[in-house]
Design a binder for this molecule. Sequence first.
Ligand SMILES: CC(C)=CCC/C(C)=C/CC/C(C)=C/CC/C(C)=C/COP(=O)(O)OP(=O)(O)O
Ligand SMILES: O=P(O)(O)OC[C@@H](O)CO
Ligand SMILES: [Mg+2]
Length: 225
Amino acid sequence: MIDWKKWRHVTKLDPDKPITPKAVAEIVDSGTDAIMVSGTQNITKENVARLAEMLKDYSIPKVLEPSGTDGLRDDMDLLFVPSVLNTDVAFWFMGAHKIWVQHFDIDWDRVVPEAYIVLNPRSAVAIVTKAKTEITPREAAAYAECADRFFHFPVVYVEYSGTFGEPSLVKSVKERLHDARLFYGGGINSREKAEEMAQHADTIVVGNAVYESGGIEKLKETIVR
Ligand SMILES: CC(C)=CCC/C(C)=C/CC/C(C)=C/CC/C(C)=C/COP(=O)(O)OP(=O)(O)O
Ligand SMILES: O=P(O)(O)OC[C@@H](O)CO
Ligand SMILES: [Mg+2]
């Protein structure tokens, strides 16, 4: 049984970005708690398969985080399925999910629903989902409380993909959660930033930094306990 609630650090790999087997080996060995395969743009059956193939012989926990039904596969340990809270487009909260459940056989024991609060207006995920990114920390905390206490999402995910977010907003969200675990992702590329967000979030997620020059060293710096 994988106890994902104990994870403090997750590395997010994007099937749309090139990566070498050597880099994958170093990431797996870095001390990160899990690998999440995820992205918004250009996610295909082929590029997800390529990354899954590179990961398959490693025992580190592997998660697929789908942005739709393309590329769905069942050889990963868990499926973290997003649902966006701060959009008025219901498709991104529930619609895609209805289509998925209608057309696929689902192993619910391996599904972890995630309630996303998307806050970087320039990120692909914000543009695609028409997220209302101009919200106050109090509004973000109210979304989070609804996700936790009303919908019983096990994960609330504060997503600043591509930019470092507002620590005080993350703190406000954390203070309003009762059961849900808080994931934070966005712009973490140094020990200082990792420590700042890891004070408030239960789990921090590092994505883009891995693909920058010296990425593996940067990734290692972000692993704080
Ligand atoms: C029901 C199923 C199978 C899927 C749900 C699909 C939903 C609701 C997706 C909503 C939001 C979304 C597209 C999430 C994908 C994960 C994510 C936040 C990836 C980060 O994306 P970016 O970093 O913005 O994009 P790129 O890395 O592709 O530029
Ligand atoms: O790529 P970065 O900015 O590290 O963000 C991580 C993750 O939250 C993206 O979904
Ligand atoms: Mg990304």
